[in-house]
Design a protein around this ligand. Structure first.
Ligand code: ADP
Ligand code: GLC
Length: 508
């Protein structure tokens, strides 16, 4: 389809949605769209460790196109101060009560790409790492929840919906409903988005009492107790007005014990308020046609630039300069979630038997980092393990690779496979969560599909799927069809924004 046709289709969709919003609002006796405050531990491009930051950075821009004023509140992390201090405007400060402590809260403001971002300043909590781990992290984000709630009435922004993200912000609905009775914070509606149920923020009751003065009657299984701990994400699931997660498949999966990490009870009980909204990506940031971080640009019809990117990636990473060899890539946090056990199990076998290259950009668990470093030593010139985080290099890896491997044990949504597809790197994924919802497996009989997938969390299944991909690589016609269909998939954020907009209105 030509581009103008897609653009017209999208415009038509926006007009239809705006009408649908008006009708929905009328049902709620309102004539204005809700004001939304997104609360998050990270927000791209200011601070980022993973996909959460991308989503919180992109969603408000797409909501603005629908006429919704969505603003963000996030910690004023060291990495933001270092880069943006001269663009930030101080608004006001106060002292928040954190148990017996009185803690400084500075509220700063930054406008980026037309989106207003409020930054919560406190050197003691946000002066170094974004996530400190363990109880220190619990203290960082208990402080953040309290600071956000106390700041809301003074932001000069009439908030209708607070949109919380993950456990770091999940105590907000509970505190609002139990400790702010009769105040503005109690009137607001709360949406909780679960980006990853594996992280729940579990602490001792004494700790939570000491931080947030939570009454002991809430330390029970109907409220926030799980396995003898106070669980912040569970509290969010109990008290939020609505809950969503980031893909329809993951929304079903987290009602089952294998994926729910103990929260299946509450999520089944609240299944009427639980939905799955698939994420999108920022198509301006991830755009092979206009990406300033690449040595050459390209698009679906003109792939010469992709070959230049592959050669540049090989040269920069010390890999053999060969155009004819399939290059598999991963850009990832190196954790069990991302299926590193499978990679560790079959990588040697594959590297010994197959004519292939492997490029990893990632960091995480020490054991996986060490495994990949040693593999690099064994397969010099064919395998590169770049241990670290680099936004710039990630673009070159997406553009320069032929296949993108994502064999996740579970994957709430996954942005990397969507980014890879946009850059024409054909995804190889396990059929779980958002990976199942975004990748259509190649069908050798009909020729359909935009990637490869396997069902079980099994290293040999992954290896067989990679082999199938390599066979397809040898057939130019099949491969160019796959690349073309992968690049054609529409993962723009517009659709997600429309779904979120509907959710906000339903909650009013
Ligand atoms: P998750 O949020 O679970 O880590 P996603 O696929 O949703 O996984 O998002 C990962 C995001 O982080 C993508 O934008 C990806 O490009 C980026 N990313 C992950 N690891 C790195 C890295 N080492 N260097 C640069 N970017 C990375
Ligand atoms: C989490 C999930 C990932 C998802 C991201 C953004 O980090 O692990 O699958 O894409 O959040 O929602």
């Amino acid at each position: 389809r030509p581009l103008w046709c897609l653009a017209a289709q999208r415009k038509g969709m926006v007009i239809r949605m705006k009408k649908e919003f008006r009708d929905l609002l009328r049902e709620h006796g309102r004539d204005t769209l809700p004001n939304v405050l997104l609360v998050s531990a990270e927000c791209a491009p200011l601070s980022k460790t993973g996909g959460l930051a991308d989503v919180v950075g992109t969603l408000p821009k797409s909501l603005a196109k629908l006429g919704i004023d969505a603003r963000v509140i996030t910690p004023y992390h060291r990495c933001i101060k270092d880069k943006y201090a001269d663009k930030v405007e101080h608004m006001f400060y106060f002292y928040a009560k954190l148990g017996w402590r009185q803690e400084y809260v500075g509220i700063e403001k930054l406008v980026l790409d037309g989106v207003t971002i409020y930054l919560v300043d406190n050197e003691q909590y946000f002066g170094d790492k974004i996530y400190r781990g363990g109880n220190p992290e619990g203290e960082q984000y208990s402080f953040f929840c309290r600071a956000v709630l106390d700041a809301i009435p003074n932001l000069g922004f009439d908030v209708d919906v607070v949109h919380c993200n993950d456990w770091h912000t999940a105590m907000i609905p509970m505190l609002a409903r139990t400790q702010y009775r009769g105040a503005k914070q109690e009137q607001i509606k709360y949406l909780l988005t679960i980006h990853n149920i594996a992280f729940q923020g579990k602490f001792g009751f004494d700790f939570v009492q000491d931080m947030l003065d939570v009454d002991s009657r809430y330390y029970t299984p109907e409220f926030m107790e799980l396995n003898g701990c106070a669980d912040y994400l569970k509290a969010g699931c109990v008290f939020a007005d609505r809950i969503n997660t980031v893909s329809p498949s993951y929304a079903s999966e987290i009602k089952m014990p294998y994926y729910a990490e103990g929260l299946e009870g509450i999520l089944n009980a609240r299944s009427a308020q639980l939905t799955g909204i698939i994420n999108g990506i920022d198509k301006k940031v991830y755009n092979p046609h206009g990406d300033a971080l690449l040595p050459a640009r390209y698009d679906r019809g003109h792939l010469k630039g992709k070959a230049v990117c592959k050669a540049e990636l090989q040269a920069r990473m010390g890999l053999e300069q060969r155009a004819d060899v399939p290059m598999f890539a991963m850009v990832t946090r190196m954790t069990e979630q991302k299926g590193f056990d499978l990679v560790a199990c079959v990588l040697d076998d594959m590297m010994c038997r197959e004519d292939m290259q492997f490029m990893l950009l990632g960091s995480g668990d020490e054991r996986f980092e060490n495994f990949m470093r040693s593999a690099e030593g064994r397969y010099k010139g064919r395998l590169c393990a770049y241990i670290g985080y680099s936004e710039e290099l990630s673009h070159l890896v997406y553009a320069g690779s032929d296949f993108f491997l994502m064999p996740s044990r579970f994957e709430p949504c996954g942005l990397s496979q969507m980014i890879a597809m946009r850059y024409g790197s054909v995804p190889i994924v396990r059929e779980t969560g958002g990976l199942r919802d975004t990748v259509t497996p190649y069908n050798r009989f009909t020729g359909e599909g935009n990637g490869f997938s396997f069902a079980n969390f099994d290293a040999w299944e992954m290896r067989d799927t990679m082999r199938l991909a390599m066979d397809c690589y040898k057939n130019e016609e099949i491969m160019s069809g796959l690349i073309s269909r992968a690049m054609q998939a529409d993962f723009g954020f517009e659709r997600s924004a429309m779904e979120y907009a509907k959710h906000y209105i339903w909650m009013l």
